[in-house]
Design a protein around this ligand. Structure first.
Ligand SMILES: [Zn+2]
Length: 564
């Protein structure tokens, strides 16, 4: 009889996202502080089934079904408690305790999590109090027109211009904890000092409203850099968080769209003008995980980066990522600000009305996409034309929403002015294309699922894998067993096994292990040519390992459905 400690169950519940778990099988729409959809447990025409993301629970006002995410899985799949726990642990990538008795984290480690959260909270309180005290930070915010209400809403603070203020303020907290929180840092000689000095402090909060990190903007001294973020920590993975999303969701739980800007001050300045659906990535390009986070709360986002070259690059990058996740009903739009403007300066000079208008009239991403590419290539000569087509179809090929992908491809053909020969987008690696059929008559392997069209999750994970092959030895024994069983299901599992068994070190070796010009060979080349997705950030656990485990889970689920 398997039993789990309460710590393990708590840890599991902490990692599950109710909206995405249930959203997998139930179509959910935002409704106040919850999400609603048609109850999967009784027949109904109007939705009365609610999911509460803050509590991670569900409740049906029609049939009374109610419970945690574990209850949901038990009820939906007819599983017993331990089975449901195992399935969910698999899904979120937490290894089960070896003897079913221990949490992956020892009580000591779990205690550390709690200590980090409470320390970060205490630090936020301290910075807030310091700001209110007639600080240079408050003067700075006032000079930017930021008023008390917004300062409170975002819990803005000020870190004094001293080397020991946070360690004095939190004197009862061990130095190691302050280091783990990223509040202090150490010199080469091992002397600790405040990481944030003379900075306006922006607490970064998770969707439960817990402070998990800080951003800081320098105020009166000429310290570099102007903006600084907390380092990654046990509780903070910068590629998975967005500044302002918690506050945006708090202001309006049924967000229809989000505006993505570059920095903290843009979020704050727009909020001061009553525009509250604004988020900013944390000193990185917009990552896949950040886009996924937004799409949990709304179906449309508007990219509104600075009107300079860096902003244009960031927009393009975000668009490439955005397209690789685009599903039916979702939309991306693009605002390009005049040269030299950022959202903050634009609102100050042109007023909020004009900003609204700019956002409302923002073109769909497709218009921006083709304009931007056409500006880069001379499509009147074959060289420019082929480069243009290559570049465009690499991105279009990744769009999971088929109808949209089709129309984008047609649009591409319209621009070029004639049919694009052989490079039919769905030509490879889908089943039934001539090449695949020809090959499958010679080679039985090609009839395996792995030579069929790969789903977007597989494609991104595979791409990340070929750029980070050194992660393979880190795959757990249990996952490796599953991968062996699933070898024929996907090229990625096959590749992992080859890397592991033959101790392959680089992409060239992996490629060489496949027959030249086989569908697998060609597909790997195609995948490796495009930039890896934003999976490489290191956090609590390598995101690539999580992605592989998620794929294992998805395939097992698909097979279970197939077998029913
Ligand atoms: Zn019901």
């Amino acid at each position: 009889m398997t039993s789990f400690t309460p710590q393990f169950i708590t840890e599991l519940k902490d990692r599950i996202d109710a909206v995405s778990l249930i959203g997998d099988s139930v179509e959910l729409t935002p409704s106040g502080k919850s999400y609603k959809g048609k109850c999967p447990f009784h027949q109904e025409k109007t939705p009365s089934f609610h999911v509460y993301p803050v509590d991670q629970t569900y409740h049906c006002y029609g049939c009374g079904a109610h419970g945690s995410m574990i209850d949901f899985v038990m009820h939906q799949k007819g599983l017993k408690f331990p089975e449901a726990v195992k399935m969910l642990a698999d899904l979120v990538g937490i290894p089960l305790p070896p003897d079913g008795k221990q949490s992956r984290y020892t009580p000591k480690e779990l205690n550390k999590f709690r200590l980090l959260y409470s320390t970060l909270e205490a630090a936020a309180d301290y910075y807030q109090k310091t700001l209110a005290d007639g600080s240079a930070g408050l003067k700075y915010l006032e000079s930017r027109g930021i008023q008390q209400e917004i300062i409170e809403k975002f819990a803005l603070g000020y870190a004094p211009n001293a080397f020991d203020s946070i360690s004095l303020a939190l004197a009862r907290v061990e130095e190691q904890v302050l280091l783990d929180c990223g509040l202090i840092t150490q010199s080469d000689k091992g002397k600790s000092y405040d990481k944030f000095r003379d900075r306006v402090m922006f607490p970064i909060r998770d969707m439960r409203g817990r402070t998990i990190a800080f951003g800081g903007r320098v105020v009166s001294t000429d310290q570099a850099p102007k903006y600084m973020n907390s380092p990654q920590s046990l509780v903070y993975n910068k590629s998975k968080c967005l500044y302002g999303i918690y506050e945006a969701w708090r202001s309006n739980a049924s967000l229809s769209s989000l505006i993505v800007v570059e920095g903290y001050m843009d979020v704050i300045a727009l909020a001061q003008h009553g525009i509250e659906n604004v988020v900013a990535p944390l000193g990185t390009a917009l990552t896949l995980q950040q886009i996924q986070l937004m799409l949990k709360y709304c179906s449309e986002y508007v990219l509104c980066f600075d009107g300079d070259d860096a902003g244009a690059t960031a927009t393009w990058r975000a668009l490439e990522h955005g397209y690789s996740l685009l599903k039916k009903g979702q939309r991306i739009r693009v605002v390009r600000l005049p040269k030299g403007d950022d959202p903050d300066s634009y609102v100050r000079t042109h007023g909020v009305e004009q900003f609204h208008e700019l956002v409302e009239k923002a073109p769909n991403s497709s218009a921006y996409f083709f304009n931007e590419l056409q500006a880069q290539y001379d499509i009147n000569d074959p060289e420019g034309q082929s480069a243009f087509v290559e570049r465009a179809r690499t991105v279009i090929n990744e769009i999971p929403y088929e109808l949209y992908r089709d129309f984008m491809f047609r649009k591409l053909q319209d621009i070029v002015g004639h049919d694009i020969p052989i490079l039919g987008l769905r030509d490879y690696p889908s089943v039934g294309s001539r090449t695949t059929r020809e090959l499958s008559s010679q080679n039985n392997k090609s009839t395996d699922r792995k030579s069929k069209r790969l789903k977007v999750g597989e494609r991104n994970t595979l791409r990340s894998l070929v750029h980070n092959m050194d992660v393979v030895p880190l795959i757990s024994k249990k996952s490796m067993n599953s991968i062996s069983e699933l070898q024929k299901e996907s090229l990625i599992f096959d590749a992992i096994l080859r890397i592991r068994e033959n101790e392959l070190n680089n992409f060239a070796q992996l490629l060489a292990s496949y027959e030249n010009n086989s569908p697998e060979h060609r597909y790997l080349v195609q995948v490796a040519e495009s930039a890896p997705p934003g999976l490489q950030e290191t956090g609590l656990r390598d995101p690539l390992l999580n992605a592989i485990d998620t794929l294992i889970f998805r395939f097992k689920r698909e097979i279970a459905r197939r077998d029913v």
